[in-house]
Design a protein around this ligand. Structure first.
Ligand SMILES: [Zn+2]
Length: 316
């Protein structure tokens, strides 16, 4: 009979019972057994990994490692549904035009948390090595029971695949506004994987921050971190300068009718708003496997301010 390897996804021929070894990756499969898997804990001290990651964030304070105080660190075994997904579709530019048709394909495992409250971990890439059959005695932390039903998880999987196929098509064909229609899709639930994740809360200054640390390889699925006071000050200065420039040029243009000064002040307010908002924010958010939108805009706060300043001067 045909067996799909729960580790690498390959299909191969195996006996009806007993143990089969995947000819592609060597994973040993018990035929006909319950499909529950786990990863043993490898990371005993999540703090080190968390602080290294936070220091890499350009807007975090330099003394975060020495000043942060861990309030609690708790180990959870989070259940994931493991789906094997095969999907393909056609990518097209716009809705009516058939110009530039292209094929996109997806075939891989996708892991979706089987509990609520871990949405950041949809499609979290589980390591290729280290998966084994579930053994209750090897669980060291708190085992979370699954609460989400498979149907709901499958919908999240299809949505995720559509989104990533669309992104893939946009990158590959260099089109904006690409639409992908999925033609064939196959998302079979192949098993449940219990995965160790540390939940860490720590204090820096007056505020408390929460972060997750992967218990197998120390990656950071999601972390809140403090934003440096100096960097906040830079943002505040930029936004104040922009506002002042707007008011000043508005005054200069007073003699030229009402729209010019209003336009100058309006542009300055719009330009100053993102920096102003950022200068008031005390918490940053980052993830090692996903680019969060607000992180992207925080990478170069000055550049954004300059862009609006240039626009302002063009208008005058
Ligand atoms: Zn395999």
């Amino acid at each position: 009979m045909k067996v799909r390897c729960p580790n690498c996804g390959a299909l191969f021929e195996a006996e009806e019972e007993g143990i089969a070894e995947c000819p592609y990756c060597g994973f040993r499969i018990k035929i006909g057994e319950a499909r529950d898997f786990m990863y043993p804990l490898k990371i005993q001290n999540p703090r080190h990994f968390l602080m290294s990651f936070i220091r890499l964030q350009s807007i975090s304070p330099n003394d975060v490692d020495s000043k942060a105080r861990i309030l609690e660190q708790k180990l959870y075994y989070v259940p994931f549904y493991l789906f094997f997904v095969e999907a393909s579709g056609s990518a097209h530019h716009g809705y009516i035009s058939s110009e530039g048709f292209g094929r996109v394909e997806f075939m891989n495992y996708i892991a979706v948390p089987a509990v609520e409250g871990f949405d950041e971990l949809i499609n979290y890439p589980l390591p290729a090595k280290g998966r084994r059959y579930f053994e209750r005695s090897e669980i060291k932390g708190k085992l979370l029971e699954k609460t989400l039903d498979v149907g709901k998880a499958r919908r999240a999987v299809i949505e995720t695949v559509s989104r990533s196929l669309k992104k893939e098509a946009e990158r590959y064909y260099h089109w904006g506004g690409v639409d992908v229609s999925l033609e064939t899709r196959y998302a079979e639930m192949e098993g449940l994987v219990y995965y160790p994740i540390w939940r860490v809360t720590y204090k820096y200054g007056f505020f408390t921050y929460t972060a997750y640390v992967d218990g197998v390889d120390g990656r950071i699925p999601f972390a809140e971190f403090p934003i440096s006071g100096v960097k906040r000050f830079v943002n505040l200065t930029f936004s104040s300068l922009l506002l002042l420039t707007g008011v000043f040029t508005g005054k200069l243009l007073m003699g030229y009718g009402i729209t010019a000064p209003l336009g100058a002040v309006g542009t300055a307010v719009i330009g100053a708003y993102p920096s102003l908002r950022k200068s008031l924010r005390v918490k940053g958010r980052a993830s090692e496997h996903r680019i969060l939108n607000e992180v992207k805009e925080e990478i170069m706060p000055e550049e954004e301010a300059f862009r609006f300043a240039r626009q302002l001067f063009r208008e005058i």
